[in-house]
Ligand binder design. Structure first.
Ligand SMILES: C[S@@+](CC[C@H](N)C(=O)[O-])C[C@H]1O[C@@H](n2cnc3c(N)ncnc32)[C@H](O)[C@@H]1O
Length: 508
């Protein structure tokens, strides 16, 4: 491949995401035109760390778990950690767009590029096309990284590809690689999602009443665009253990959406004492609304209410439910099928377990298959949460690799499990009790279809109108589009994960 120096771009031009691209200087061009072997640069720790995480993700790791480990092991913190995080999340999320660009720049399909080298190129493409990194730094540092991790031969190739990519602004690349035609196919590349997910989200917007035929294109565009924006850091003050005021004092803003929530505008939540002690935690406000709604439904119980979290791992909602249960004079059982995740629940609930004991109530954690609880303990519980295992298509902002791992085949396996768990939950619920069925996915096959399939087969449950129980901090009903009795929250409308909730009453 021949090498061409980058053209001078139009100074001060904004790219498609509205970011100001820095002006490039003549010096940048000269520098980029140098052969990689003529430069004597070693790669910097942040890019090396980002590359390490990308390779781990390629081997099956989760970026949100691997990244903190690598940052900690290498002593990367503060702004350097934020930079590394942006590199990792951007390169993983956006490679559905970067790969076609890299392919054009390299003159070959990405399948013909060594996967290690491809990850280096993705990191470089993200710096060039979506970050404020000056062009010369993005190119030079990517080449230095390639020399270190991919070898001298690969560094020459990376240099050539990076320089080609840097020749155009993002808008020009979009014009080249985004297909014309169907919006779903266009968004799949432009917003870097597998097309089956874009189609499923389109159906979900229509099916949950969040769009009409006239508005679905703009809603869908806003939704998939929001999947690529970093989620804000939301905190929960676990009732009885911490207060929102305490979180506000530590620098967060009270959440307008959740009465137990606060939102952190940057900074490390781990630095907040209540979070460090497990009295507060990072938790999406949508998840908080689910737990609050289930706890708010009036139930006629004989004696202290018995609450069950059927699928509790790693314990986020159980942490909130435990506090709400103690406040309500109820007992909570948190069940989880995986031993390892049960340990995480136990860790999360440790402060609540102690507090429950002091209040004469119990919070119990156990390992078990939720599908058999209905048979083993029929009618024992007054409130049951089924936060079902799902594709997580409503939480793509937080899990950058999830969109590339999920397949339509997952839906069939999960659908069977979801139906069995919901049926078991209903069996485990006492007459007059309430069941919450939740997913962090708006996919119709995991939400409305599961609820309608299970309820139409039985005469002992009725749907409640969830809208009555999803209340914001002021006590007003949260504005949820659609007219059905279930609630679907949306990242682009509510700023939360795409949580779904149905509430069912067991007939007395
Ligand atoms: C969506 S997650 C629950 C998240 C949790 N409620 C929270 O807020 O942190 C679903 C959980 O269900 C668990 N699970 C899967 N199959 C299960 C089963 N048959 N019985 C009980 N739990 C199960 C998974 O291991 C996973 O931890």
């Amino acid at each position: 491949m021949s090498e061409h120096g980058p053209r001078d771009p139009q100074p001060g031009r904004r790219n498609a995401k509205g970011r100001q691209r820095p002006e490039r200087t003549h010096g940048d061009r000269e520098r980029s035109a140098q052969r990689p072997s003529e430069r004597n640069r070693s790669s910097d720790p942040q890019r090396l760390a980002a590359y390490t995480v990308l390779r781990a993700v390629a081997d099956g790791a989760y970026a949100n778990l691997e990244l903190p480990k690598v940052l900690r092991d290498r002593g990367i913190s503060g702004r350097d950690a934020a930079f590394t995080t942006e590199l990792v999340y951007g390169a993983v999320r956006m490679h559905g767009l970067y790969d076609p660009i890299i392919s054009v720049a390299a003159g070959r399909p990405v399948a013909k590029i060594d996967p290690n080298v491809l990850d280096t190129l993705r990191l470089g493409a993200h710096q060039l096309l979506d970050m404020r990194v000056p062009t010369h730094a993005a190119v030079d540092e990517t080449v230095a990284l390639a020399r270190k991790v991919n070898g001298a031969g690969a560094a020459g190739f990376v240099n050539a590809v990076m320089r080609r990519v840097s020749e155009r602004e993002l808008d020009a690349w979009l014009a080249e690689v985004v297909p014309t035609g169907e919006l779903t196919a266009r968004l799949a590349v432009e917003q870097s999602h597998p097309e089956w997910i874009v189609k499923a989200l389109r159906a979900a917007l229509l099916g949950h009443g969040a769009a009409t035929a006239d508005t679905v294109d703009s809603e869908l565009t806003a939704l998939v665009t929001s999947d690529n924006a970093p989620a804000k850091v939301s905190l929960v003050a676990r009732p009885g253990l911490a207060t929102v005021a305490e979180l506000v004092e530590a620098g967060a803003d009270a959440s307008p959406l959740s009465r137990v929530g606060a939102v952190l505008d940057g900074g490390d939540p781990g630095g907040i004492p209540a979070v460090r002690d497990g009295r507060a935690a990072v938790q999406d406000e949508g998840s908080q609304l689910v737990a609050l709604a289930l706890a708010a439904v009036p139930v006629d119980a004989h004696g202290p209410e018995q609450w069950l979290d059927l699928c509790a791992g790693p314990g986020g909602k159980a942490g909130l439910l435990a506090g709400l249960a103690i406040e309500a004079g109820a007992d909570l059982t948190a069940n989880e099928v995986s031993e390892h995740r049960t340990d995480l629940v136990r860790q999360t609930l440790r402060p609540a377990i102690a507090r429950a004991a002091a209040a004469g109530r119990t919070v119990t954690v156990r390992t078990g298959d939720g599908r058999t609880i209905g048979e083993d303990e029929p009618g024992r519980y007054d409130r049951v949460l089924v936060d079902a295992p799902c594709t997580g298509l409503g939480a793509l902002r937080r899990r950058p690799e999830a969109r590339w791992r999920r397949t339509t085949a997952d839906l069939a396996d999960l659908g069977k499990l979801q139906r069995e768990l919901l049926a078991s939950a209903i069996d485990a619920t006492a007459p007059g009790g309430v069941i919450g069925y939740a997913t962090c996915s708006p996919h119709l096959a995991e939400t409305s279809f599961v609820v309608s399939d299970v309820t139409k087969r039985r005469s002992d449950v009725e749907l409640l109108d969830v809208r009555d129980f999803v209340r914001d901090t002021s006590g007003a009903a949260v504005d949820v589009p659609g007219t059905g009795q279930t609630v679907q929250l949306w990242p682009h409308l509510h700023g939360t994960d795409g949580m779904f909730l149905a509430l069912l009453r067991k007939k007395g």
